[in-house]
Design a protein around this ligand. Structure first.
Ligand SMILES: Cc1cc2nc3c(=O)[nH]c(=O)nc-3n(C[C@H](O)[C@H](O)[C@H](O)COP(=O)(O)O)c2cc1C
Length: 198
């Protein structure tokens, strides 16, 4: 099974560390082949709603680094979106990726159907909008028939919520509780994919 992880942070920080940690965990199973993609250093413009994708059934008028992401998303059985919290929300860079998926959806309304998705979010504050950000990612999943998963109650209610204390990867390594939410979420993602996708 192919898993793509998309990191929405504009820098090499906590989100990248967490997403790589999650992908490494999946790689321990022979069944998973993972791809890491970061928006950092990528040229990804926001959607301009020019409607070319609707008129051409999938061709985006913008030519930039989204092509690599389109290919990975199309091939993926599982999707992990990771984002820093920027003003109680996902990063603008991740939102640009999400909005540009309109071109894929115009190609085929069921292009994402029954893929499985989880979220990893990290804020500088313990409660800085993590659940709001997951809600945004989950809304994208639901709108496109992607099955959203979490790690379940008593820990990972909506997914992996972490706290970096604004100290990037080093800060998040100290968030024992947050790392537990990541472990629970990955564990259920893995279990679900192995049970229903093989
Ligand atoms: C523009 C901006 C807005 C931010 N807003 C929030 C916020 O609303 N809540 C929060 O907890 N942290 C906020 N932060 C802090 C980051 O979420 C935090 O440092 C996070 O760990 C960064 O992740 P990264 O290292 O993967 O980039 C903000 C950071 C920036 C740059």
């Amino acid at each position: 099974m192919k898993i793509v992880g998309i990191c929405g942070s504009p820098r090499e920080g906590a989100s990248e560390y967490l997403l790589k940690r999650a992908l490494n965990e999946l790689e321990k199973e022979d069944s998973f082949e993972t791809t890491f993609i970061s928006v950092k250093d990528k040229d990804i413009s926001p959607c301009t709603h020019c409607n070319e994708c609707a008129e051409t059934k999938g061709k985006c008028s913008i030519s930039d680094d989204m092509d690599e992401i389109y290919k990975a998303l199309k091939e993926a059985d599982g999707i992990i979106m990771a984002s820093p919290i920027h003003f109680g929300s996902i990063s603008a860079q991740l939102k640009a990726v999400i909005d540009r998926c309109q071109a894929m959806i115009m190609e085929d309304l069921d292009i994402f159907k029954n893929k499985v998705g989880i979220s990893i979010v990290v804020g500088g504050d313990r409660s800085g909008g993590q659940e709001l950000a997951i809600q945004q990612i989950n809304t994208f999943y639901l709108l496109n028939k992607i099955i959203p998963l979490s790690g379940g109650s008593f820990g990972a209610n909506l997914g992996a919520c972490l706290w970096s204390q604004d100290d990037g990867a080093e800060g998040v390594k100290e968030d024992e509780y947050g790392l537990k939410t990541l472990g629970m979420t990955i564990s259920h993602f893995k279990e679900f994919l192995l049970e229903f996708k093989t």
